[in-house]
Write a protein that binds this ligand. Structure first.
Ligand code: GDG
Length: 462
């Protein structure tokens, strides 16, 4: 049986603690356990010397990780990945800072990683590459003559041509992506945007339903909405709240609203704070009776745009609390910290409303986790941005436009006053999709499709 080789920018730190790891990491680990194989990625270290790969063995899985030089980290990770692709693919061209040398560095790191991986790969291994840091990775492998099946999954949105056209190396990126045998997207809008972009720069010949030829290369393009692990989430959520929190929950009368996001400008946090403020202004009956908890651990703290959003949120939280707080009541709790996964799932279960309003999101797993953590007999209500991939599946959430603060405030009022039978009915609709399209379904369909795509004779240097 062929082995599986997973390549992602970072390797998840599993250390055998399955319960505390996120669903995506568990999903990938389970795929590796099934087939045996390797997880190859950056170890988070910077070193000016090229150190040997760090290797660890856990049963039938090898973890092979590399360090980066400071200039590689800057150009490949900080600049091109996170100051060009991430903002552009989330429709924030205003935050893009493009420099040709960063793009060159990004391609060079992809090439160097392929060179380091090649000696570890056997001819019949299947490669599964993850996310926007590695758009050119298959092209780099093909240059080295690697003829393995290589699949790619993009976790973030793929933008339409109005946005993508603004990226100077757009043609090169698309051509390199065509070196993959299978490309997976979160939503059909992403798949269509990719094909539209490709058709604008080259001739695209339809071969089959999801398969076409471009630049003389055959590629299959499909949609695989990523899921969560509902049983494990329910199990974690059902556990007792730690004593301190249980005590706090007893003290906090009224209803709780919860949001959990990496601190990222794509997640729409300032707009959400303002929508909460509008709720307090327009629906004064809720004052004193509700509390909004925003958990937002810092992420990519060395990118300027992330420092800016952090300052903005601190100011907004202070302003809103300053305006509405009383001696007995504080409306908004902004927690710029990382919490244990098992605690998060319990918090989800104890909050009456899950407020998930990204301005743009590939999928958004928090939305699915919030629903999966609910008590089926007394579930909370999910408010979800229509610009998250999850909105395609969770159509029984209260779907909102995150830019419309009155609309989001209205949805909050509706959620806070929704009768039990409607909450149960919406919850059941959402759970049936979450259970069907779980993380196991996601990884199995992607990998079985990758194994089944015809091996194209016309990929570079096969
Ligand atoms: C990218 C795409 C796509 C958050 N805070 C804490 C914590 N989290 C966990 C959540 C969830 C995960 O992180 C975040 O996943 P999301 O899907 O919401 O968002 P991104 O990080 O932007 O992920 C996204 C995803 O990839 C998968 O394809 O859905 O669209 O942008 O699992 O629970 N976990 C812990 N403590 C925290 O404080 N333990």
């Amino acid at each position: 049986m062929s082995r599986l080789v997973v390549v992602s920018n970072r390797i998840a730190a599993m250390e055998g603690k399955k319960e505390s790891a996120g669903g995506l990491a568990v999903g990938i680990m389970d795929s590796l356990k099934d087939a045996g194989g390797m997880w190859f990625g950056w170890n988070g270290k910077i070193s000016e010397e090229e150190l040997p790969l760090e290797k660890n063995q856990q049963d039938n899985i090898t973890f092979a990780s590399f360090s980066l030089k400071q200039s590689e980290y800057d150009q490949y990770y900080l600049h091109f990945s996170n100051t060009v692709i991430w903002p552009a693919f989330h429709y924030r061209l205003d935050l893009v800072q493009y420099q040709r040398e960063d793009y060159d560095g990004y391609c060079q790191v992809n090439e160097r990683l392929a060179e380091r991986l090649q000696p570890l790969v056997e001819n019949d291994d299947i490669l599964w590459i993850h996310d926007y840091h590695l758009l050119p990775f298959a092209a780099a492998c093909r240059k080295l003559g690697m003829a393995n099946r290589i699949g790619f999954f993009l976790h973030i949105p793929f933008p339409t041509s109005e946005i993508f056209n603004a990226l100077p190396p757009r043609k090169e990126l698309l051509e390199m992506m065509c070196e993959y045998d299978l490309i997976g997207f979160q939503a059909d809008t992403d798949r269509l945007a990719f094909i539209e972009n490709l058709s604008l720069v080259t001739e695209v010949e339809d071969l089959d339903e999801d398969r076409f030829s471009a630049y003389g290369k055959d590629v299959t393009v499909r949609v695989y909405p990523i899921g969560v692990e509902p049983d494990s989430i329910r199990h974690l959520a059902e556990g007792a709240l730690p004593q301190k929190l249980a005590h706090l929950r007893d003290k906090l009368s009224g209803q709780l609203i919860i949001s959990v996001d990496r601190l990222d400008y794509s997640k729409g946090l300032p707009e959400r704070f303002q929508a909460f403020e509008t709720l307090l202004e327009n629906y004064p009956q809720h004052r004193g009776n509700i509390r909004y908890f925003q958990i937002a651990p810092t992420s990519r703290g060395d990118v300027q745009a992330y420092q800016d959003i952090r300052h903005e949120l601190e100011m907004e939280a202070g302003r809103i609390n300053g305006h509405f707080s009383t001696l007995e009541w504080t409306p908004l709790f902004y927690l710029n910290q990382h919490y244990e996964r098992s605690l998060l799932m319990k918090i989800f279960r104890h909050c009456e409303v899950g407020l998930v309003t990204p301005l743009r999101d590939g999928m958004n797993l928090v939305a699915k986790e919030y629903v999966a953590a609910q008590d089926p007999a007394n579930p909370g209500v999910l408010i979800l941005s229509r610009f998250a991939g999850a909105a395609n599946e969770l159509t029984s959430a209260l779907l909102v436009n995150p830019y419309d603060r009155d609309g989001v405030a209205g949805a909050l009022d509706k959620a806070l006053t929704m009768p039990l039978d409607e909450r149960i009915s919406r919850y059941q609709d959402m759970m049936s999709v979450i259970t069907k399209n779980d993380i196991v379904h996601w990884r199995q369909t992607f990998l079985s499709d990758l194994k089944a795509v015809p091996i194209a004779p016309n990929k570079a240097k096969r």
